[in-house]
Design a protein around this ligand. Structure first.
Ligand SMILES: NC(=O)c1ccc[n+]([C@@H]2O[C@H](COP(=O)([O-])OP(=O)(O)OC[C@H]3O[C@@H](n4cnc5c(N)ncnc54)[C@H](OP(=O)(O)O)[C@@H]3O)[C@@H](O)[C@H]2O)c1
Length: 244
């Protein structure tokens, strides 16, 4: 048996309309998984859907900063063998410009959304006992911070702390919880960061990655490892994908 095989598994991917979420859904489908994909932008979700291999996939548009949408999603999905939380926004806010709205904007999507969706799914018993793996996308910046990243990095650090507690709580139910912490990867988020904030900052961080920028496949392949039986003895970890 191939330990990375995902045949027979149903996997929910958030943020599947773009970047790492989209690639994770596509790669997981190529390993045999049935996907439930979600994001706000229906056209972009349809683009992802069209690239999924196999059959039986489902698309559920939702804004995960809205509790009613979280409730609707948690109620609509079937029992899941994998949950990948890939929503997020880039944010550069120098410390002296941080206001309550800055905190709310970043945390609502990067922290509250995965935490509240997880609570909703667990309350509705949508994580298969004995056969479910939950993966959060953190960031290498929790270890190697960048100037202006206080809110983004705080949200990711909080998410990693939450994930370790979740791993403890869910281990008795045979549900595993892990994070991946990538460095800069070529996705629309990186383009946004360069365009809206600072190409110079992106160049500086890129120069620190000795293997250069990552591709979405590099992250998706690691997530498939966490979703698959190959990692059945692995929980409460955070895998640095740092480009060296
Ligand atoms: N790219 C990198 O270099 C990098 C490095 C480290 C960590 N990460 C993390 O990896 C994750 C994915 O990033 P990415 O590069 O793939 O970014 P991306 O291409 O911008 O994708 C972000 C995704 O989040 C979804 N999203 C945003 N707001 C949402 C909302 N209110 N409700 C539901 N979905 C929402 C977007 O979907 P809609 O627009 O359709 O809503 C989109 O699918 C993020 O958590 C990011 O922090 C990325």
């Amino acid at each position: 048996m191939n330990a990375f095989d995902l045949n027979g598994k149903t996997i929910l991917v958030t943020g599947a309309s773009s970047g790492l979420g989209r690639q994770t859904a596509i790669t997981a489908s190529s390993y045999g998984a049935r996907l439930v994909i979600t994001g706000r932008n229906k056209e972009k979700l349809e683009e992802t859907y069209a690239q999924l291999k196999g059959e039986g996939h489902v698309m559920i548009p939702a804004d995960l900063t809205v509790q009613a949408d979280i409730d609707m999603l948690a109620a609509s999905v079937p029992v899941l063998n994998g949950i990948v939380h890939s929503t997020g926004i880039s944010d550069l806010s120098p410390a002296r410009f941080i206001a309550a709205e800055t905190i709310e904007k970043t945390f609502s999507i990067s922290y509250n959304a995965p935490v509240l969706l997880t609570a909703g799914l667990l309350a509705k018993k949508k994580a298969a006992k004995g056969d479910c793996s939950i993966v959060f996308i953190s960031s290498i910046s929790t270890r190697y911070p960048f100037v202006g990243g206080a809110m983004y990095i705080s949200a990711k650090a909080a998410l990693e702390a939450y994930a370790r507690v979740l791993a403890l709580e869910l281990a008795p139910k045979g549900i595993r919880v892990n994070c991946v912490a990538p460095a800069f990867v070529r996705t629309p988020m990186l383009d946004d960061t360069a365009a809206n904030y600072s190409q110079e900052a992106v160049n500086m961080i890129e120069a620190r990655q000795i293997l250069g920028l990552g591709d979405p496949e590099d992250v998706a392949n690691s997530i498939v490892y966490y979703l698959s039986p190959a990692s059945k003895w692995v929980s409460a970890t955070s895998l640095i994908l740092g480009g060296g």
